[in-house]
Design a binder for this molecule. Structure first.
Ligand code: NAP
Length: 304
C-alpha cells in the first residue's frame, strides 16, 4: 500500500501528526499495534490538558481517535516488523498488511513500563504484580498494596489506589520524590504510608503474593511488609528496539531528533515519548506530532 506519510504509533503524538498531515492534503496511515491513545488510555484522569480538565484517559484517547478518523486518516492495527528508511522511498513492513510505502515516516512508537528486576516479579505478573494501577486497581478492594517509584506516575497511582485498597504503601529509593510539587502535595493526608530510601529486594509468596521485603538503601536493613499487590511505576523504556535501526538513538534507546523532530535520516521524524527530551506529557507529545507533520510536509514539498 502506498501513502504519502506513514506514522508508526497511534498515541497522542501519532494521532496529532495524523490530523496535521491529512489536513495538509496528504494520504496518511497510522500503524498501531494495540489500541489508540497509547499510555493515556491507561490513565484514570488527565488534569493538565487545556480545556478538558478531569477527562478520563480513555475518553481523551477516543476523542483524538475520532477526530483523526473523521478527517480521513487510515488506521492500520498491526505490528511493524521492520523498516527501510534511508532511501527516498521508505518502507514500513507490517506483520499482516505487508509493506507500506511512504515518502516520509513519523515515528511515534511511545514507551513501555520498566520492570523492577527483582526475584519473583515475572512469576507474579498479572497475579499480583501490575504496571497499570488504573487497569488493575479495582481488583484490590480492601486489600493492601505497595506502589514502587517516586515520579508522577507513582504518586498518581497511590492516590488512585486509595479508592480501593485498605492500605497503600509507597516505596521510593531516595529521600525525595521526583514527582511535581502539586502532585506530591496531594499525598499529604491521603493515608499513603511512604517508605523513603527503600527498595523492594524480594517479592514473597508461593502461589500468590504474601508480601515484600524492603531493603533500606542507607543501612541495608530488611523489613517485611504484608501486601496483596505491587504496582510498579519506575519509569519507561522507549519502544525503539525493533524499528528504525538507521535512526540515531541515545544510550537509553530514545531516538535523537532536534527540536523540529528531524532525525539523522532525511524524511524521518520522531515525535512523542520515544524521542529524547526532558518533558513527556500528553501536550508535549501532541506538540511534537504537529511539528513532525509540518516538517514532513516541508520535506515532501521540497521533493516534488
Ligand atoms: P519518572 O518520572 O521517570 O520516575 C520514575 C521513578 O522511578 C523515579 O522516582 C525513579 O527514581 C524510580 N526508579 C527508576 N528505576 C527504578 C528502579 N529500578 N527501582 C526503584 N525505583 C526506580 O517516570 P514516571 O513517573 O512514569 O513519569 C514519566 C513522565 O510522565 C514524567 O515526565 C512525568 O512527569 C510524566 N507524567 C505526568 C503525569 C501528569 O502530568 N499527570 C502523570 C504521570 C506521568 P529516582 O527518582 O531516584 O530516579
Amino acid at each position: 500500500m502506498n501513502f504519502d506519510i506513514v506514522i508508526i504509533g497511534g498515541g497522542p503524538a501519532g494521532l496529532t501528526a495524523g490530523i496535521y498531515a491529512v489536513r495538509a492534503g496528504y494520504k496518511v496511515a497510522i500503524v498501531e499495534k494495540q489500541f489508540a491513545g497509547g499510555q493515556i488510555a491507561n490513565t484514570e484522569s488527565v488534569d493538565n490538558y487545556p480545556a478538558l480538565f478531569g477527562i478520563s484517559g480513555v475518553d481523551l484517547a477516543m476523542k483524538m481517535l475520532e477526530h483523526t478518523e473523521k478527517l480521513g486518516v487510515t488506521m492500520i492495527y498491526d505490528s511493524v516488523v521492520g523498516t527501510k528508511l534511508s532511501c527516498k522511498e521508505k518502507i514500513v513492513s507490517t506483520q499482516n498488511n505487508g509493506n507500506l510505502i511512504a515518502k516520509a515516516v513519523i515515528i511515534c512508537a511511545g514507551a513501555t513500563p520498566r520492570k523492577l528486576g527483582v526475584p519473583n516479579e515475572d512469576k507474579f505478573v498479572g497475579r499480583g504484580v501490575s504496571y497499570c494501577a488504573v487497569c488493575d486497581g479495582a481488583f484490590y478492594k480492601n486489600k493492601k498494596v505497595v506502589v514502587v517509584g517516586g515520579g508522577n506516575t507513582a504518586v498518581s497511582d497511590c492516590l488512585y489506589l486509595t479508592k480501593f485498597a485498605s492500605e497503600v504503601h509507597l516505596v521510593h529509593r531516595r529521600d525525595k520524590l521526583r514527582a511535581s510539587k502539586s502532585d506530591s502535595d496531594k499525598l499529604v493526608n491521603s493515608g499513603v504510608i511512604i517508605h523513603y530510601n527503600n527498595v523492594i529486594s524480594n517479592i514473597n509468596g508461593e502461589d500468590k503474593i504474601s508480601g515484600v521485603t524492603l531493603q533500606n538503601t542507607l543501612d541495608n536493613s530488611l523489613t517485611d511488609i504484608n501486601i496483596d499487590g505491587i504496582f510498579v511505576a519506575v519509569g519507561q523504556i522507549p519502544s525503539s528496539n525493533d524499528i528504525a535501526q538507521e535512526v540515531e538513538r541515545d544510550e537509553y534507546g530514545y531516538f535523537v531528533a532536534d527540536e523540529n523532530t528531524c532525525t539523522n535520516i532525511q524524511g524521518v521524524f520522531v515525535a512523542g515519548d520515544v524521542r529524547r527530551k526532558k518533558v513527556r506529557q500528553v501536550i508535549t507529545a501532541c506538540s511534537d506530532g504537529a511539528i513532525a507533520a509540518e516538517l514532513a510536509n516541508e520535506y515532501i514539498t521540497n521533493l516534488e
